[in-house]
Design a protein around this ligand. Structure first.
Ligand SMILES: Cc1cc2nc3c(=O)[nH]c(=O)nc-3n(C[C@H](O)[C@H](O)[C@H](O)COP(=O)(O)O)c2cc1C
Length: 199
């Protein structure tokens, strides 16, 4: 099946921006929340929520711990899938493509905008590693609070962003009687092919 046909040279990034703006206006919580799916070296898929912190023609950016389970899998395979589900709008957006680290400067710039408590949390959390008790985590957090005192909190070297560069973006809109609408954009050189999929 040729699922992508050139019907309308629309820009999926502009379409995403307009859907995202509508989601921000209508979703009661976390319109920027998206699931990020990864695959381990053993072929086992794994999925969890993150927050979209940047979007432009280069791709979709989120921040995390580079030693976390998701990061290990992203660095192994170099690929990810993202999923937004805006329940109030009855819409989903599916994104797939290669993933890369953001530049250190981009990571620093975003880290500097975070609340100080979150900055300290990034130092205190060994994300995805076993934790013997909540008290251990709280003690590590208190230790980092003492360590940084009143000074600035720099970005930990193991904490920064990933950018997913889309090769495929699908916009799904609920329609009556499950006759949903699916618009699929697939990357073609510097442009995009647009086609429809059966629901
Ligand atoms: C709404 C929501 C937003 C989240 N945002 C992030 C995020 O931006 N970055 C992050 O590392 N974890 C975020 N988390 C936590 C992750 O879902 C996950 O628990 C954590 O990153 C560890 O995942 P991993 O062990 O698969 O690497 C969020 C969780 C929820 C429910």
């Amino acid at each position: 099946m040729n699922e992508a046909q050139l019907t309308d040279p629309a820009d999926p990034h502009s379409l995403f921006q307009s859907w995202f703006a509508e989601a921000k206006a209508s979703e009661p919580n976390d319109p920027e929340a998206m699931a990020v799916a990864t695959v381990g070296a053993d072929g086992q898929p794994s999925v969890r929520m993150v927050l979209l912190k940047g979007h432009d023609a280069r791709g979709f950016v989120f921040y995390t711990n580079y030693e976390s389970r998701k990061a290990i899998q992203l660095l192994e395979t170099g690929r990810a899938a993202l999923l937004f589900h805006w329940k109030s709008l009855r819409r989903q957006v599916r994104i797939e493509g290669p993933v890369s680290k953001v530049s250190p400067e981009e990571g620093d710039a975003y880290f500097a905008t975070r609340h100080r408590d979150s900055q300290i949390g990034a130092w205190a959390s060994d994300q995805s590693r076993p934790l013997d008790s909540r008290a251990t985590f709280e003690a590590r957090y208190a230790e980092m609070v003492r360590r940084f005192g009143d000074g600035p909190v720099p970005r930990p070297p193991h904490w920064s962003g990933f950018r997913v560069a889309p090769e495929r973006i699908e916009f799904w809109q609920d329609r009556a009687h499950r006759l949903h609408e699916r618009r699929l954009f697939t990357r073609s050189g510097d442009g995009w092919f647009e086609g429809l999929l059966y629901p």
